[in-house]
Design a protein around this ligand. Structure first.
Ligand SMILES: [Zn+2]
Ligand SMILES: [Zn+2]
Length: 213
């Protein structure tokens, strides 16, 4: 599978725009790509997609982690280009989009082959759990429910391999010791501390980062 960071506060590739927010594309063999979150604005999102040769019309599923504007602001922009993608939101988010299939998730649920949602956790946010050849990869928006809580739910899907996404103010660093990949993005406050503690596992996040697992 492949993860591409499409929207982030930091750059990781030439010609990519940055902004306060998060979005990434998840590609699993044999499935249409899934877009997780949409960043804060459609213009930046679509600019970066073009730059990364991602066709907005090819996206089959859009998952929103939570209702904050830095994750949902680009939705209108992508929906203008893509008339068919199914949308998954946390249960407490009321989203009525005419002509669209919108699924609100309260409990853990499968989304596509090898990809699951944790369901809405405390704080109104869902994360993704992806089964890979190396173990379970967790993809988070802001981690408002707490990284520990998210990892606990994800560990029900197999041995944990890594985490990618916003970790917010998470500081229970030892909780990550079991992971082989730590890629803190977006709102993560303690990036430099994580890099110091886990130099082998640490991967710098940024718009344009492409990761094959
Ligand atoms: Zn955020
Ligand atoms: Zn947030």
């Amino acid at each position: 599978m492949k993860v591409t960071i499409v929207y982030d506060n930091c750059p990781a590739g030439p010609g990519l725009k940055t902004g306060w927010g998060f979005s990434c594309l998840i590609e699993v063999k044999g499935e249409a790509p899934l877009l997780f979150d949409t960043g804060a604005d459609g213009a930046t999102l679509l600019h970066n997609m073009a730059r990364l040769h991602i066709d907005p019309q090819g996206i089959g599923i859009i998952v929103l982690s939570h209702a904050h504007g830095d994750h949902t602001g680009g939705l209108a922009g992508i929906l203008e280009k893509n008339g068919h993608a199914e949308i998954y939101v946390p249960a407490s988010v009321m989203a009525r989009l005419p002509g669209r299939r919108v699924t609100a998730l309260g409990k853990p649920a499968p989304i596509m082959k090898d990809v699951f949602s944790t369901g809405e956790l405390r704080g109104g946010e869902q994360s993704l759990v992806v089964r890979t050849d190396r173990g379970v990869l967790v993809i988070t928006g802001c981690s408002h429910p707490g990284v520990g809580t998210i990892l606990e739910v994800a560990s029900g899907y197999g041995e944990l391999y890594g985490i990618i996404g916003g970790l917010h103010g998470f500081s229970d660093f030892e909780r990550l010791r079991c992971l082989s990949l730590i890629c803190p993005c977006h709102c993560t406050q303690y990036k430099s501390r994580l890099k110091e503690l886990f130099p082998e596992q640490y991967l710098a996040c940024g718009a344009g980062l492409e990761l094959e697992i």
